[in-house]
Design a binder for this molecule. Structure first.
Ligand SMILES: [Zn+2]
Ligand SMILES: [Zn+2]
Length: 161
């Protein structure tokens, strides 16, 4: 089942207050949707390591306007204790970190990412409050099952195909 189908089914059940399905079925569906959404987290596709050990992900610059914001390659998986060691917010979402330019695994330059129009199958998360609620579904961002706001970005080189 595609993410779109699964999401539609889930939202239908939700409208119905999940009557007719067990809590276990409800959780299973929800987690499957969240799993599929995790796959939408934009990683460089230069090598398998960058896909499997996502130390670099593409994030928006502005979570007060996710429909128009540009984005940047962001370092993740920074050792949390470094915050303590260096007395700085290294592991958090602070966007003051320098831009990442190369894949740390294979050394290829990271692609320039460009915004595309969402496809008919996509239902895009829209955030305008910095990261608390999704305007598209009205849920808290943690519970939102819309497509990730970043999922409309593709490497520029893919557009020339
Ligand atoms: Zn790579
Ligand atoms: Zn949403």
């Amino acid at each position: 089942m595609t993410l779109k189908e699964l999401r539609e089914q889930y939202l239908k059940h939700k409208q119905d207050d999940f009557k007719g399905i067990s809590l276990e079925q409800q959780c299973k569906m929800y987690h499957k949707i969240k799993d599929l959404l995790t796959q939408q987290i934009v990683r460089p596709n230069c090598c398998l390591a960058a896909q499997h050990y996502p130390s670099i992900v593409f994030r928006l610059n502005d979570y007060y306007d996710t429909e128009n914001s540009d984005g940047h390659w962001h370092i993740t998986l920074i050792e949390p204790s470094w915050d303590f060691v260096f007395g700085k917010d290294y592991s958090g979402w602070s966007d003051e970190k320098p831009d990442v330019k190369f894949c740390p695994y294979c050394g290829k330059p990271l692609p320039k990412m460009v915004r595309t129009k969402p496809g008919p199958d996509q239902k895009i998360c829209k955030i305008t409050d910095g990261g608390y609620y999704c305007d598209t579904c009205g849920e808290r961002c943690d519970n939102c099952i819309c497509d990730l706001a970043e999922s409309v970005f593709v490497p520029e080189e893919n557009l020339n195909d």
